[in-house]
Design a binder for this molecule. Sequence first.
Ligand code: HEM
Length: 154
Amino acid sequence: MGFTEKQEALVKDSWEIMKQNIPQLSLRFFSLILEIAPAAKNMFSFLKDSDEIPHNNPKLKAHAVKVFKMTCESAVQLREKGEVVVGETTLKYLGSVHLQKGVIDPHFEVVKEALLRTVKEAMGEKWSEDVKEAWGEAYDQLAAAIKAEMHAEA
Ligand code: HEM
């Protein structure tokens, strides 16, 4: 069975909750990334020169929001079209930014784990195995599209 309407709703509903708390969740997301993979710090321009994760950094927030939001958009596309469709220009941009920053495939698993833990903390009692699977699937398909572009460009 493909991505269901219920799964789409689970992702959209949690994103609505998360939207209300972007500054805190962005910070949490990045602390989880660094907790899981401390070496990732040096790839991010806004992390590499400081000992602490900067509060209210627009680039940090932008990356967190992109990951949250594009995963949510992927859930909608998966339900509507059965696949993730990223515009060619956006995909090329995503492929080249990540290649240039030295991102490799295993990093996508790190970000997935941090994303799922961030959603879990944001959702509190509303978190469930179904929510986890829906976000996980939407993220995996989006990550696959970006990785494929990175491999094509490399
Ligand atoms: C930059 C999205 C996964 C590391 C960017 C940018 C976007 C983006 C849109 C451009 C900057 C911006 O406009 O904010 C995504 C999405 C991801 C993903 C949607 C997963 C679905 C990853 C992973 C890593 C990573 C797995 C490595 C752990 C970076 C770095 C930059 C970047 C280092 C440059 C940021 C800077 O220093 O300013 N990403 N990304 N991204 N991404 Fe990702």
